[in-house]
Design a protein around this ligand. Structure first.
Ligand code: SAH
Length: 367
């Protein structure tokens, strides 16, 4: 068995070695972090890319046991933004140097929903082209499992990246946190469609789920590698009080320090294993610790998604308790993110799409 030091300096990793990295104690974690930061600098550079995030609608057909906007949750108001509100937020982003934009939503499949998102995407494209941004804003969608035909329409409307988390690749855990009728196989199929249509594809998992081991997370990283994804967004599992998984609250409270550290180690280990992909430092990390998103960046992440959802609906899009940034307006959000990034000696890549290097390589190699 290789030593910890030998593992972090390897080029390739077995599942057991990845699990060993995830089990790092505090001293080892610092060595892992430093190595991940080095790999980040060597393969993708130190820039931090921003994606302005708008939470388009909290209406959802799914009933995931962990999520605060699940169909059966008692959300005080179910909303869907007007297309103009989304376009307005996007135009603000384009004017303020944020060259990429994410539209996230609860999951819906009606033709009207897809038509509306297509219209929003093409309007954003039309309204954000400028000398600085000849191709307009880069647009990422995070609107769940859809049909091949819908993914294609949305792509043709101008979206070019898509985030769809696998949540966990352990079939027993997946089944335990989702109602019957939602399946791991369908998620995998949807990820295949996204790739086939031509998106830059992102996936990810929740870290610290009940019953999830380091080896499970190691296998998640192998899944990221084997499906050849371009982007990763992942974060700690957090409790929402009005969900079936709130029954784990006590256990979760006891473990939350460990879950926080595990989430950071997961970012660093994924960076070592996949090297040239984009990795987001997520809001969920910041929900656990005020400095969480900075720590994510220091552990090898290079993307941040500041929130630009109109303030009046923001409190209705709570996937978990303790969501930060509930009342930061656009200027505050932008100021904070620039200062935070500077505070760890990095720089925001203003006016740059910041596409995944991995995707570019994939295109050049013709697969
Ligand atoms: N409906 C879309 C996008 C919204 S949910 C979709 O399913 O893709 C975005 C992500 O939030 C989910 O993929 C999940 O990983 C994360 N999430 C939801 N509830 C959470 C919780 N309680 N703790 C941590 N992450 C959560």
């Amino acid at each position: 068995m290789k030593s910890f030091e030998e593992i972090i300096n390897s080029e390739e990793f077995t599942a057991e070695e990845l699990a060993r990295l995830l089990d790092a104690d505090e001293t080892e974690q610092e060595a892992l972090r430093a190595r991940a930061e080095q790999v980040l600098f060597d393969y993708v550079g130190p820039n931090v890319y921003l994606r302005g995030l708008v939470e388009y609608s909290n209406v959802c057909r799914f009933d995931c046991y962990y999520c605060g906007i699940r169909r059966s949750a008692n959300v005080s108001e179910r909303y869907t933004l007007e297309p103009e509100q989304v376009v307005e937020a996007a135009v603000w982003c384009a004017k303020n140097g944020l060259a990429s934009f994410v539209i996230q939503s609860g999951e819906r499949r009606s033709d009207k929903f897809i038509d509306d998102v297509c219209r929003i995407v093409s309007e954003i494209k039309r309204n954000t082209r400028s000398e600085r941004l000849p191709d307009g804003l880069g647009i990422t969608l995070s609107i769940g499992e859809q049909s091949y035909a819908s993914y294609k329409r949305l792509f043709e409307a101008g979206a070019h990246r898509y985030l769809l988390r696998i949540e966990t690749t352990n079939p027993a855990i997946f089944a335990a946190i989702h109602p019957e009728g939602q399946s791991l196989e369908e998620r995998k199929e949807a990820l295949g469609y996204l790739k086939e249509v031509g998106y830059q594809v992102g996936t990810g998992v929740m870290i610290g789920l009940p019953g999830q081991t380091s080896l499970d997370l190691a296998r998640d990283i192998e899944f990221f590698r084997d499906t050849d994804v371009d982007m990763i967004g992942m974060g700690p599992f957090l409790i929402h009080h009005d969900t079936p998984m709130s029954e784990y609250l006590e256990e979760w409270e006891r473990r939350k320090e460990d879950i926080y550290r595990l989430a950071l180690k997961m970012i660093a280990t994924t960076r070592l294993a996949l090297k040239d992909i984009n990795i987001a430092s997520t809001t969920a990390l910041q929900a656990l610790k005020p400095q969480g998103r900075n720590e994510g960046l220091r552990h090898g992440a290079n993307v941040i998604m500041p929130l630009f959802t109109p303030l009046e609906v923001r409190q209705n899009y709570k996937l978990y308790d303790g969501k930060p940034c509930l009342d930061d307006n656009a200027d505050d959000a932008m100021d904070k993110v620039i200062k935070n990034v500077a505070s760890i000696g990095r720089q925001v890549g203003l006016d740059l799409w910041g596409d995944s290097r991995h995707f570019k390589k994939r295109q050049t190699n013709g697969h």
